[in-house]
Design a protein around this ligand. Structure first.
Ligand code: DLL
Length: 438
């Protein structure tokens, strides 16, 4: 097989460019099968359906999906560890977990067929982002229960690229391997990509001399400003990809080279946008919470899962030819949304402001406190040494400028505290932006 044939096999045109009408027929057929599967094999779904007086046969159109109850993280917790599995354990060949830091993690399982599909979908978005068999793919996600590393690992192998499973941590070693092994595609969280860029700059390494050409970043929300910063500092094309362990892991959605939102792989998942307060499905184009239903999974099918991620779906045609709907960059999770003096604030809104101001470094943290009945928001941001050691008057003017911009974007005041470079804790995986002390 020639290289271009391999690449063409990965770009699964018949499914990725399927006319909408045909796609929706396929979705309905797969949805009905999945509903029967969970109704027969997962007591939690059977009970929920009967509590709502609905059976799988009542869903005769995609619109009728909205009649079904949601699945939440709480359902998964109550059925810990294997209660949501739809197949016997002897058919489960892999187990992963969510990355949550509090309470018991969520356990997810895969049959061999699930792993095959996951591999195909990871290869699909990596191909869309430009990875080819000629690439050397540097995977700096932690290998373990987290789905990030294994998901992209198998995807890259499927493409025929050479995979370096370096895992997370040891930034200096990462850089050495990147230089010596000529890594051309970088896989990690966007915040870790900046940590790598910082370290290279500090050590006087010219990033442009590396072989890196593309980055596949995901696992956490990041702004367009952050993308520009990564692209400029690492000299690469930075692409976004999305997923969550409950739904599969990475490979639920990914950007093509046009970077106009992440194509959700609708031949395997159905996406809805709901009002997070009322649960009502919102009209096309609305901003709201993404709800996902898997339609091909066997071990851990999931129906109307409330992702808590706030986004918007774009159904307009994409120049790449793929017909799958695109989800725009998430504003963050509804549970990361801060309510400051009654105003909703997403960390990504603050990030955009900070990244636009020259002198701010891309490392920040938000401290929320309550003084009496008043909420306070402090934005700690690292600044260049020349600003940090600048005379008081200039520093004050810098802080004023930032506070004014934040007020106009957020609609609520925030106090800015400038901190020295390298003082905010760096994370090897997902960044922790908010410390809520209320
Ligand atoms: O983070 C899966 C993943 C790994 C996706 C690597 C992409 C790359 P979880 O640990 O279960 O799974 O966390 C899922 O992370 O609900 C979002 O809030 C957030 N998230 C993941 N990708 C993105 C992204 C993996 N591209 C949770 N943009 C999701 C914004 C993202 N948020």
């Amino acid at each position: 097989m020639t290289q271009s044939e391999i690449t063409n096999n990965i770009w699964d045109r018949s499914n990725e460019c399927m006319p909408r009408e045909q796609l929706e027929k396929l979705q309905l057929d797969r949805l009905q099968k999945t509903l029967r599967l969970v109704n027969d094999h997962v007591p939690c779904y059977k009970n929920k359906f009967s509590d709502h007086n609905i059976s799988p046969e009542d869903v005769k159109s995609l619109e009728e999906l909205s009649k079904l109850p949601f699945t939440t993280k709480e359902d998964l917790r109550l059925n810990y560890p294997y209660g949501m599995f739809a197949v016997p354990m002897r058919e489960v060949v892999r187990i992963h977990s969510s990355s949550g830091t509090t309470g018991k993690p969520t356990v997810v399982g895969y049959t061999r067929n699930d792993l095959n599909i996951w591999t195909q979908l990871a290869a699909r978005f990596m191909t869309a982002a430009g990875v080819t068999p000629d690439d050397i793919v540097h995977i700096a996600f932690g290998y373990g229960l987290f789905t990030g590393a294994f998901g992209l690992h198998y995807g890259a192998e499927e493409i025929g690229a050479s995979v370096i499973p370096i895992s997370s941590g040891n930034t200096d070693k990462q850089i050495m391997i990147m230089q010596d092994y000529r890594s051309s595609a970088l896989v990690c969280t966007p915040s870790y990509a900046l940590t790598l860029a910082d370290r290279m700059e500090k050590r006087g390494i010219d990033q442009h001399k590396l072989a890196l050409k593309v980055g596949l970043f995901g696992g956490e929300p990041w702004s367009e400003e952050m993308r520009r910063e990564i692209e400029e500092r690492l000299g690469i094309i930075a692409t976004d990809n999305y997923g969550l362990s409950e739904v599969m892991g990475p490979g639920v959605a990914g950007e093509c080279q046009f970077k106009r939102g992440m194509h959700i792989f609708e031949d395997h998942f159905i996406a809805e946008i709901i009002d997070p307060e009322t649960g009502v499905v919102l009209p096309r184009g609305s901003v709201g919470e993404l709800v996902l239903t898997s339609i091909t999974k066997e071990a851990f099918p999931i129906i109307r899962y409330r992702t808590r991620d706030i986004t918007q779906l774009d159904y307009s045609a994409c120049p790449c030819g793929r017909t799958h709907v695109r989800m725009l960059k998430t504003m963050g999770r509804s549970d990361d949304m801060l309510i400051i003096k009654g105003v909703n604030v997403f960390p990504t809104q603050i990030e955009e402001v900070l990244f636009q101001v020259e002198g701010c470094q891309p490392h920040y943290q938000l401290i929320v406190e309550r003084a009496g009945t008043m909420d306070t928001l402090e934005v700690q941001v690292e600044v260049n040494e020349d600003i940090f050691f600048d005379e008081m008057k200039k520093q004050r003017a810098f802080v004023d400028k930032l506070e004014k911009r934040l007020l106009s974007v957020l609609g609520v005041g925030a106090k800015v505290k400038l901190v020295e470079p390298s003082t905010i804790t760096r994370h090897e995986g997902k960044a922790k932006r908010v410390i809520d002390k209320r």
